[in-house]
Ligand binder design. Structure first.
Ligand code: 13P
Ligand code: SF4
Length: 304
């Protein structure tokens, strides 16, 4: 039954010239019908380079907005209208403008997990996989890093020459994981390596054998000679890795590690979006597109 729906999606997306892009926190059955699966950075690049005229984003709204900013000539849809990201929507443009007054002369570095509107007042974007490299490449010692204070704290420790100011924000899913959760997982799986996303608290990162973005964690686990891993990010990643590497063992760190915003999109939403044109159009005015693009272009330039 699932296979029938998947086959229909694959057939119709080709007929309607739709490129399906899925963040790797999406369910297995959605990833299987996607043209591209990846972390936030890889999704942006895929959207820009996709030959199709239409893009259906299976992920959260800021990802669809980023796709639209990078491919304004394409029609971009999100599969579920309510798939927002609480971190991306934590800080608005007005708040950042106030902070810029306070932190005069600072370069504002915005995590890509922010709205298009916020990106219009930031100097440069980063993803979790490029943050350290980009912050190091910025020609200013003084950095205001928003909104994720855990990622910002991690970056600050990797870039000791920079003066990095943080604001109080972050991902509620990653930030909910405690040291105790990580200790319990290690106790349950004493032979496993602990791989953790930098959106987690410092107390969790301190116990990790590897800290990296979603794709960083997946690459590490695939290439490692080790046989067992505790996955310290959204639980889909443990599942995807287990499919890809059946001879290794992957454990979730905690049952709390589920992003409801990512999981709100189902295969049926994807089916309805392609079959009945029920995706939700992402649109924004020209000024927002142009200003937000500048911030993403700067990320691409500094990340080279
Ligand atoms: P990355 O995909 O950049 O690792 O980000 C993790 C995340 O929380 C996405 O919402
Ligand atoms: Fe947002 Fe966190 Fe969910 Fe990613 S995992 S979409 S940052 S709430």
């Amino acid at each position: 039954m699932i296979r029938n729906i998947q086959d229909d999606i694959i057939r119709i997306k080709k007929e309607k010239d739709i490129c399906i892009i899925a963040h790797s926190y999406q369910s297995r059955e959605i990833c299987e019908v996607a043209d591209y699966v990846g972390d936030s950075f890889q999704l942006s690049v895929s959207a820009m380079n996709a030959p199709q005229r239409n893009i259906l984003m299976c992920g959260v709204r800021f990802m669809a907005e980023t796709a639209k900013i990078l491919a304004p000539e394409k029609t971009v849809y999100i599969a579920h209208s309510e798939a927002g990201c609480p971190m991306a929507e934590q800080m608005n443009k007005e708040y950042i403008l106030k902070m810029k007054e306070f932190y005069k002369g600072y370069t504002v570095v915005a995590y890509i997990n922010t709205t298009a509107e916020l990106k219009t007042v930031a100097d440069v974007c980063v993803t979790s996989s490029s943050a350290v490299k980009i912050v190091n490449a910025i020609d200013n010692k003084n950095i205001l890093f928003v909104p994720d204070s855990n990622l910002g704290d991690y970056v600050a420790r990797q870039c000791p020459d920079k003066n990095i100011q943080l604001l109080q924000g972050g991902c509620p899913v990653h930030a909910a994981i405690t040291r105790k959760d990580a200790e319990n997982a290690k106790k349950a799986h004493p032979n496993a390596l602990l791989l953790v996303h930098p959106e987690c608290r410092r107390e969790v990162l301190e116990l990790a054998d590897f800290v990296g973005s979603t794709s960083g964690i997946m690459d590490f686990a695939r290439k490692s000679d080790h046989g067992e891993f505790i996955i310290g990010t959204e639980n889909s990643i443990a599942e995807h890795l287990q499919y890809d590497e059946p001879h290794k063992m992957f454990y979730t760190l905690s049952m709390k590690f589920i992003c409801p915003n990512m999981k709100i999109t189902t295969l049926v939403d994807v089916y309805n979006a392609v079959m009945y044109d029920k995706g939700f159009l992402i649109d924004m005015d020209k000024e927002t597109l142009t200003k937000a693009r500048k911030c993403i272009d700067e990320m691409i330039r500094l990340g080279k």
